[in-house]
Design a binder for this molecule. Structure first.
Ligand code: ADP
Length: 923
């Protein structure tokens, strides 16, 4: 067996096994079936050639053409179905091709295409029959047709399919050119030595197609193919040159040695000088075709590493990443989907807002199949490889993969890379298809795998930075808020303080409430306020003050009469307004309508008009409380929406109302005291007038009585003495008794007169040195008879040593002593004993009259010296007392700078009446 035979046999085996591999891989796929049929045909063609060359079999030569004849329809059918099935039923072209193939196949078995094969030492020479030219035309037509078909498909295709078609296209070209050249065209010129090269090239084509069918990713054979194309074409060129050289030398030199040498030298020269430049040219062309988007991965990495390392702004980072990847990898789209938590708590991965505007589909739910797939897979996921996996997977896996694929397609993406940070999926890098329609190369994927973790840590870093930034910004805002609140609180407290100071200065309720109403506008800066209070009846609700500014005055002017006239009743629920609610519940209330607060009593239309004039947006009603009761409310008109009134403002309003509550209570108490005082003053004045009248009456009456009584007494005395003739002894007795009564009457009248004089301040004293012991002795002596008549023992214990004199009015002192001793006689029953004494101390002289009489109740003792006061129950025993004697005695002793008092051990135990007179002041 020679070299050609070996090459043919190896080619046959390789092609045959490729056919088996493809059909075994997917038996029911049409493209696979057509391909393996084609591949089988090729392998049998090669086998036929082997038998032709090795065994000089004529039949094999015919079979070789038979298999060649059916190659075009088989490749045509395959090309129609690969990589996608584009065949429609109405297509007649494919059927015609089969018919033609069959016709030529059958024809090739007769001597029409190949007449005979001439076997010689040099090899086989084919003698063609008449149909060789139609056959060549048929063959070339279909191959050209297939090129055009594949080219059109290639133009439309993208991604992996484009790549597959590209390989198919070049594979077919290499095969067709080489096979047609070596097995058809050259043999026509009588050159059959190169017959085995066509089959060898067929392997390159079939190998690349097989690979592209069985494996989707063809990246690594790109290089092999490229080189194969170059060397295949080079070989074809050299062969052609050689053939032409031989042909030409034959033509011009005959089959001489010189001719052979000339042609060999010229071919050698062309090869030496022409091959390299031609190879370079081919390399450039193929490089342009196969590596047209040559990418500098180093540069991308360098550029992105810088961004990923130093960029702290997350948005900028992601934008930069997107721009670089898109530009450098020439992508239709690129985005980083960041994990976000929704308002409803579900997580999703979404692109930056600016991207979402153009492409709202760039969002993946955390629960989606794609995210699950990426989590499990952990590495870069490509749409194309997903598609392949779907074909290979079981039903169960299929679902997840299919759903992931749909997610890819929905986003218009071709690649996704999960970015983890500390085991958590924090983002997904998604890339769209390449602008060229190419698939992602291994280098692309490597780049993504290298960049992925760096992107993860950069995002995290940016996140942390953002957090810190937000935290400090938040802190700043909080500090500012707190400062503002404090400032506001401070201002409102100061305002309140000055307000309180001013209102507490004032004691008039109406002035105070008016001041507060005005302060609401002047100090607190609101539109104004109405201060409503319950009347004293506890049910009438009445405005007591309204802020007085030009604007409010205008609004109040609309009412037509004083605002105080408009009242409602708390017990009349039919005509209630919001103020009633506040008065009942004691809580702050708000309303956007003034009418709700003022109507009734003010008509709604008027209230609405006022609200318009004043531009009030909210009425705040603040209760005024005092002692646990709500006594009124401050209705504050605010030009802000309720939502814009802060807690702080409400607090200030309430504080003001509380302050007013306290002030109102104080004012009420103050008013009450004032009222009582006024009444007391009136009563006092009245009493004084009465007293005056009484004193005057007593004085007048006494004067008027004393004169006739003195006259009566004179005549009675004269009658008793018998000046008008002797009287019978019983008449004398009566006369004496009448005389005694008139004495008592005169004394009584004197007492009245003295009291009136004392009260009128006209009781005058004529003080002289007085010997009290002598004065007392004389008075006791005068009363001895009266005491004896009552069977009382009256004695005066005269001091052993004469007493020092005192400066006193002797007449008045006589009255005092007489009164005290007379009382002792009066209030001591018969058989009793009365002892009168005077003694001198170092500073004073003391008088004492002690009796064994009825005594004094301890409760009575201090009162007895008051005007008209008599001991309790004494009136029944001694009805003829006046209760004035001790009063006058006290007045006299007081006027001498002395003291007077009573002592008693109790009722029935006797009593002592004592007075002292000072010695020092010789008044
Ligand atoms: P009068 O004796 O006219 O009632 P006085 O002013 O002299 O008025 O006395 C006032 C009262 O003091 C008497 O009514 C009597 O109750 C009481 N009183 C005065 N002296 C004595 C006494 N020696 N013993 C008991 N009670 C006396």
């Amino acid at each position: 067996m020679n070299t050609i035979g070996i090459i043919l046999l190896i080619s046959f085996l390789l092609n045959f096994s490729l056919a088996i591999v493809v059909i075994a891989r997917q038996r029911n796929k049409e493209a696979n079936i057509w391909y393996s049929m084609f591949s089988f045909a090729v392998s049998f063609w090669i086998l036929s050639l082997f038998f032709l060359f090795e065994y000089k079999s004529n039949l094999a030569g015919k079979l070789a053409f038979l298999f060649t004849s059916i190659l075009p329809p088989l490749l045509y059918h395959f090309s129609l179905r690969f990589p996608k099935n584009d065949v429609s039923i109405s297509n007649v072209g494919p059927n015609i091709s089969i018919t033609l193939g069959t016709i030529f196949g059958i024809t090739s078995l007769f001597n029409l295409i190949v007449e005979k094969n001439l076997f010689s030492e040099q090899g086989v020479r084919v003698v063609f029959g008449p149909l060789i030219y139609p056959f060549i035309a048929y063959f070339i037509y279909y191959f050209v047709y297939i090129f055009v078909l594949l080219w059109k498909k290639y133009k439309k295709a993208y991604g992996i399919q484009k790549q597959q078609l590209r390989y198919l296209f070049w594979g077919v070209i290499i095969f067709a050119v080489s096979a047609v050249m070596t097995n058809l065209i050259l043999p026509v010129f009588g050159i059959t030595q190169l017959n085995s090269l066509g089959p060898a090239f067929s392997f390159i084509m079939l190998g690349s197609i097989t690979y592209s069918i069985s494996k989707h990713r063809l990246l690594d054979i790109r290089f092999v193919i490229t080189r194969s194309v170059i060397y295949g074409l080079l070989l074809s060129l050299v062969t052609l040159l050689l053939v032409f050289a031989v042909f030409l030398s034959g033509q011009y030199f005959g089959n001489t040695y010189a001719g052979k040498i000339v042609s060999a030298i010229s071919v050698a020269i062309i090869i030496v000088f022409g091959l390299d430049p031609f190879k370079l040219l081919l390399s450039n062309i193929t490089d342009k075709i196969f590596f047209k988007a040559k990418i500098n991965y180093q540069a991308i990495l360098r550029k992105l590493s810088e961004t990923l390392n130093y960029e702290l702004d997350q948005n900028k980072l992601i934008r930069e990443l997107r721009t670089t990847l898109r530009q450098e990898l020439k992508l239709r789209q690129a985005a980083t989907l960041l994990r976000k938590t929704n308002a409803n708590g579900t997580d999703r991965f979404e692109a930056m807002p600016e991207l979402l505007v153009d492409n709202p589909s760039m969002v993946v739910r955390n629960s989606s199949a794609l995210v699950k797939y990426l989590r499990d897979h952990k590495h870069v996921a490509i749409l194309e490889s997903l598609e392949r996996k779907i074909e290979d997977s079981t039903d169960e896996q299929n679902k997840l993969l299919l759903a992931s694929k749909l997610e890819f397609e929905r986003m218009g993406m071709a690649l996704a890379y999960p970015i983890f940070a500390q085991g958590h999926l924090i983002a997904i890098l998604v890339l769209g298809p390449k602008l060229s329609g190419d698939s992602f190369s291994n280098e692309d994927l490597n780049l993504i795998e290298v960049l992925g973790p760096q992107i993860g840590s950069a995002i995290q870093k940016a996140n942390l930075f953002q957090e810190v930034k937000e935290f400090s910004a938040g802190l700043q805002v909080k500090v500012e808020e707190a400062t503002t609140e404090l400032r506001e609180r401070n201002t409102s407290l100061t305002t309140l303080q000055t307000l309180t100071k001013e209102i507490t200065k004032n004691l008039d309720f109406n002035t105070v409430v008016q001041e507060i109403a005005d302060a609401v506008a002047n100090k607190l800066g609101y539109m104004g306020a109405i201060l409503v209070f319950l009347d004293d009846d506890g049910v009438t609700v009445r405005a007591r003050a309204v802020t007085n500014t030009p604007l409010t005055a205008k609004a109040v002017g609309v009412l037509g009469e004083p605002f105080q006239n408009f009242t409602t009743r708390l017990d009349d629920p039919e005509h209630a307004n919001l103020a009633h609610q506040v008065l009942i519940h004691g809580e702050i209330m708000m309303s956007a309508s003034m009418a709700q607060v003022l109507t009734p009593p003010i008509p709604r239309i008027v209230a609405d008009g006022m609200q318009k004039i004043l531009g009030i947006k909210t009425m705040v009603l603040v209760p005024i409380n005092t002692e646990g009761k709500t006594i009124g409310c401050i209705e504050i008109g605010v030009q802000k929406e309720p939502d814009h009134i802060s807690r702080q403002e409400l607090d200030t309003m309430q504080s003001m109302a509380d302050e007013l509550g306290v002030v109102a209570r104080n004012l009420r108490l103050f008013a009450q005291i004032q009222n009582t005082n006024r009444k007391l003053e009136d009563a006092n004045r009245h009493l004084q007038q009465l007293d005056q009248a009484k004193s005057e009456f007593v004085s007048i009456a006494s004067h008027q009585l004393r004169t006739p009584m003195t006259g009566i007494k004179g005549y009675l005395s004269m009658l008793a003495d018998g000046d008008f003739g002797k009287l019978a002894p019983e008449h004398v007795k009566i006369m004496r008794e009448l005389l005694g009564e008139s004495d008592r009457m005169i004394r009584l009248i004197n007492q009245f007169l003295n009291v009136s004089k004392i009260e009128a301040g006209k009781f005058t004293y004529a003080k002289v040195p007085v010997k009290l012991d002598a004065l007392v002795e004389q008075q006791v002596n005068e009363l001895t008879k009266v005491a004896a008549d009552k069977k009382l023992k009256l004695e005066f214990k005269k001091p052993r040593k004469a007493l020092p004199t005192v400066i006193a009015d002797p007449d008045k002192l006589e009255d005092v002593v007489l009164n005290l001793v007379d009382n002792a006689i009066k209030y001591t029953p018969s058989g009793g004993k009365i002892q009168v004494s005077v003694s001198a101390g170092p500073n004073e002289i003391e008088f004492c009259v002690k009796d064994s009489g009825i005594g004094i109740k301890s409760t009575d003792a201090p009162e007895l010296f008051n005007k008209f006061v008599r001991g309790s129950g004494i009136a029944q025993i001694h009805p003829d007392g006046s209760g004035l004697g001790l009063f006058i005695a006290k007045s006299i002793i007081d006027a001498h700078g002395g003291r007077v008092w009573a002592e008693s051990d109790g009722e029935g135990k006797g009593s002592s009446f004592k007075f002292t007179l000072p010695l020092n002041g010789a008044k």
